[in-house]
Every structure is written in structure tokens, then in C-alpha cells.
Design a protein around this ligand. Sequence first.
Ligand code: ZN
Length: 243
Amino acid sequence: MSRHLVLADVHSNLEALDAVLRDARTCPGGFDDVWCAGDVVGYGPFPEECIARLREVEALCVAGNHDVGATGQLELSWFNDEAAAACRWTSDHLTCEAQQFLLRLPQSLHVGSFLMVHGSPRDPVREYVTSVQTANALAAFCNARHCIVGHTHCPAAYCMDLSVSHPAVEGAVLCLERGRFLLNPGAVGQPRDGDPRAAYGVFDDDAHMFEFHRVEYDVTATSSAILARGLPKALAMRLHCGY
Ligand code: ZN
């Protein structure tokens, strides 16, 4: 295995997930396996289908706050109103098998030279890493060389030991040999950095390089399905502006 497709925050957005899988397959080198840093479900209209797709590609996956929220392992009072409504909707629309898939997700996983968590190495399900200062403070909690996180829905690259932030824009390629990195590939299914396109990463472990990618998907198809399925309207609207 040398090229790993790195996903986070799919959020039941099948259009975005399929666009990412198609795009990553046609990239030079493609990918050999899939890592997913949590929040497979929540917010979006296709939880079953996204779980099925990740199972088809045998993704290695950890639990996010929405995955545990939809299976009753995190109080819904922790979420804002729209997120809680989506958690309830998701939980009502999961088969037993899909529920079991979510319940079996570990909170952290060692993949290659990475610790993969949804939030942070200190609080794997809930903590947001939004600054290099936080990433630096988390180095002591990371029992692997590097760390992959999701949760913020914004791509990010922090060097934990040098306390340096690197650009995580489309096309950025980072050599991981020079330090210990905490990386967020950005969100597949609900980007929040002002760019509505789906975000993902690819890690090449022969070259020790991490690439940041973006790909367009049919936002209208997902937002229409959100409305048709009775999820909160704001969850449809935000996809169009990437927040
Ligand atoms: Zn999320």
C-alpha cells in the first residue's frame, strides 16, 4: 500500500463522496486504500448509502461526533438545533446493520505513521483543532509520528514540533519528513472554508508526501435531497456557499 485516500466529514453526502472517489481514482497514481476521519453521517440525506459506499471500499474509519450522536452515544444537547435535528433524522433512517457499523467504529486508529481521530488526540470525538498553538499543545497526546483529524471541516496542515502552519489549499503538497504533522484533509460533504467543492487528501507513504485536493460535485442534487427528505433548510443552503 502506498497511496492512501484520506477523507473526513462525509456527512451523508453521497454526491460528494462519489465525486471524490471518482476524482481520486483518476489522479495520477490513484489510491490503494481509504482512511476516513469520522462523521460519515449527520447533516446530509444519504447516511445508509454513504456507509455502504465506505464499506465497499473497505475504508478504515473512526467515529465522529455525529456518528456517535446518531447512535445515542453522545447527548443531543451537545449539538446545535439543526445538527441535533439531523442526528434524530439520521437515527430514524438507519438500518440495524448501519447502526452496528457506526457503533463498532473506534474513536482512534493507528494507520501507517498516523494516529487518526475525528477531533483531536486529547479528545478524539469533540475537540476542534483550529490553530497551530492548539496543534502544538496536542503533540504530547499523539502517540504516533503524525496525526489526521477532521471535525472543523476546513483543510489544515500544522507542524506540531515546529509550531508552523502550512497552506492547505488545493494543489498543496507537503513533505512530511521534516517534522511531526497534524493534518486535516477538509470536509467531503460539508466544506466550511468558503469553497463549496468537496475536499480530500492523498498520502503517498513511499514519497512521504501529503496532497490536498478539491473536486466539484452536484451540490444542487444534495441540497434538493436534504429538502425533499425533511432535513432543516439551512443544511441545504449552506452547501452552496461552502459554509
Ligand atoms: Zn463534521
